[in-house]
Design a protein. Structure first.
Lengths: 254, 254
DNA sequence: GTGCAGCGGTCGGCATTGTCGAACACTGAT
DNA sequence: ATCAGTGTTCGACAATGCCGACCGCTGCAC
């Protein structure tokens, strides 16, 4: 691959920096964090601001991400083929199981949630579309690591953070889980990422049997599990749903 | 304002073009649409792809928006101060009224939805966060046009598309509505944007009384309205909610 | 099978373009 | 009043990204 455009690389780094920092960032912080001259960083920010990718607080002068990113992110979802094909199936799964359903794809060093069906009751729930989940501890992540060599590489290479008491961080144990997942075709997460939360996931393949994403059923551990294991009928339902989406994706690819 | 960085402007134009076109676009289409040489467009796309802002279908070679945009758009929501302060109030409003609630801000020539609370029942609903609404026909848009001079300018200048039989497109009538909205402090949309859908909206101000957004209650016209008018208790509830958020925003700004 | 027309991708010369660092106006705290 | 910060502007320099011709490939048509 030939060389990238320098100013674009830097602009992308600025956006990622702003996305990482919780609070608004000042120009000097940004410039020094990226090793740029203040004037250079200012030029990039000025342009990003004019395009709506970045906003500036008029009183403090600090910068934060802009609204245009939200609009473009939404457009991304509109075009997302896997997501559109999964809509009805995931909806059915949430309805029949009474739990929330997530659709995730591999992105960078984690799982990006591209669709989220709320649990069908009146409880308060926050939408997680656009959020990232770790590869090593979540059901979605394990499934992707089991079928996608790139995901597996990231999970093995990356830091497997200890999120709860039950998180598996040891490399050998993790690889055994990946192996088990590939052989049986599904993965679970029983309080390995969040206390009290369990999940089951199954992979989605395209017609060349390449993994393109995963579907997960997530809910309170006391509802999903029986004596420490996820209830078999839920596992079946998730796998069934993932197979349906796979068929749908494969069929439409001509 | 000094000059913008050319390559960034062009990259932003590429992203917007990809966001606009429903389908994936080819390199030549992009280059000719923006009046660029193919080599130039390719350099920009190559960099955007490396950064994750654009993805390329390996078989057709066509380009579409990338996952990084979704992630960044989500980060934008995390930092959004107005949204975070409005969360609890809008939730209460949806709960007490039994209808869905939207929080919108002015962006470009329309209203950008930054928060959406689903109607609290089991019906299928699509999340509209990140979507745009027109200024001239929606309740949110009218409120923003009434209080924000920039929004008003956009609404007056822009094309006021006829969306339903009841949409007001005439400039004079529209300005009368804006005037009425400002004097009474709220706006409605009874089947002016979508058939069968009605809405009420009220403005959110910061402590300098500058408009920063608007809150709307949206639902089926037969539930929200009585003899062609939105029910008074709903109008009161929306205004109350908007005032609460305004107080919250104003109080936290020190 | 063979031609052609379209695609995406590459390369190198030219000059436009973005970079850099110093100087600027301004704010707020010392 | 001073000072240490901030975000911003500016101009000179050369590195940078732009352009247009060229390449290899695919797929359609004949």
């Amino acid at each position: 691959m030939a060389k990238s455009i320098q100013s674009l690389q830097r602009a992308a780094a600025v956006l990622r920096l702003l996305a990482g920092g919780e609070r608004r960032l000042g120009l000097s912080d940004i410039a020094s964090s990226l090793g740029l001259a203040k004037g250079t960083a200012h030029g990039i920010l000025r342009t990003l601001q004019a395009e709506g990718f970045v906003e500036q607080d008029p009183v403090s002068g600090r910068y934060q991400l802009g609204a245009e990113l939200l609009r473009l992110g939404n457009s991304y979802l509109d075009v997302h083929e896997l997501r559109s094909r999964a809509l009805v199936w995931t909806d059915d799964l949430a309805r029949s199981s009474g739990e929330s359903v997530h659709l995730g794809v591999l992105h960078l060093e984690g799982v990006l949630i591209v669709h989220h069906v709320f649990r069908p009751d009146d409880s308060r729930q926050v939408l997680e579309v656009g959020a990232m989940q770790p590869l090593h501890s979540t059901a979605l992540g394990k499934v992707l690591a089991a079928y996608d060599p790139v995901a597996r590489g990231e999970a093995v290479r990356g830091a497997r953070e200890q999120l709860t008491a039950r998180t598996v961080t040891d490399l050998e144990q993790f690889e055994a889980i990946v192996e088990l997942t590939r052989s049986r075709g599904w993965a679970t997460d029983v309080e390995e990422t969040w206390e009290g939360v369990a999940a089951v996931a199954a992979p989605i393949h395209d017609r060349r049997r390449m993994p393109v994403g995963a579907i997960a059923l997530t809910g309170a551990v006391e509802r999903l599990c029986e004596s420490g294991e996820v209830r078999p009928e839920l596992i079946t339902a998730v796998r069934e749903c993932a197979r349906s989406v796979s068929r749908d994706v494969g069929a439409g690819r001509f």
